[in-house]
Design a protein around this ligand. Sequence first.
Ligand SMILES: [Zn+2]
Length: 249
Amino acid sequence: MIDSHTHLESCAPDDADLVAAAAAEGVDRMLTVGTDGASCRAALAAAETFPQVYAAIGRHPNSASGFDDNDLAELEALAAHERCVAIGETGLDFYRDRTPPADQQRAFEAQIGLAQRSGKPLVIRTRATGEPTIATLRERAQGVRVILHCFSMPDHLDECVEQGWWFSFAGNVTYPSAQSLAEAAERVPEDRLLVETDAPYLSPQPVRKERNQPAFVVHTARFVAERRGVPYEELERTVERNAAELFGW
Ligand SMILES: [Zn+2]
């Protein structure tokens, strides 16, 4: 099994404990995602230490205040590391409303360019910003492989499928209140499907009271398999194949 999006550095136990707990559940590949300079360097360090771990290098929209050319140059240098297999997470997040939208947009567009130049897939975060995020990607991200991390826009499913983007489902798809999201998880094309934890956030329903960790992706995968009417092992082969193609791991 894979976890296409986690933040090892933000989880409570040591990386070694998290990786071992994941391995015990059969989770043997994970992408740990940087959100600013320090967490990107931590992600690369984890990826150098553990063969199961790969890094995404990016600037989170809520950390994008004042993003400038120096920040882009730093990202570009970090992203050249051989264990960096994706750019992001980037996108737009107006929900928490901390970072000026113009700064978020500038960082977002810069990282689209970085994905284009590096040939690495782009990990997208969007929260309360479906339409402007989709519009920016349609306008600027031609030729980029786009992963909609923690996909939560069931109303936009069809146009995102049409664009050929990838869909990564997190623990929130398992919540009883998320019926339309669960229906979206049934309909995503097989070759565009991924699962993730976004740990330490969004623990899946069976472990919702615990702090999330990569091992818990199996709960989300089991739920998505059931909704799609396929055995767990088949879902596992599907997401492992999709992640291997995207990340080259
Ligand atoms: Zn994240």
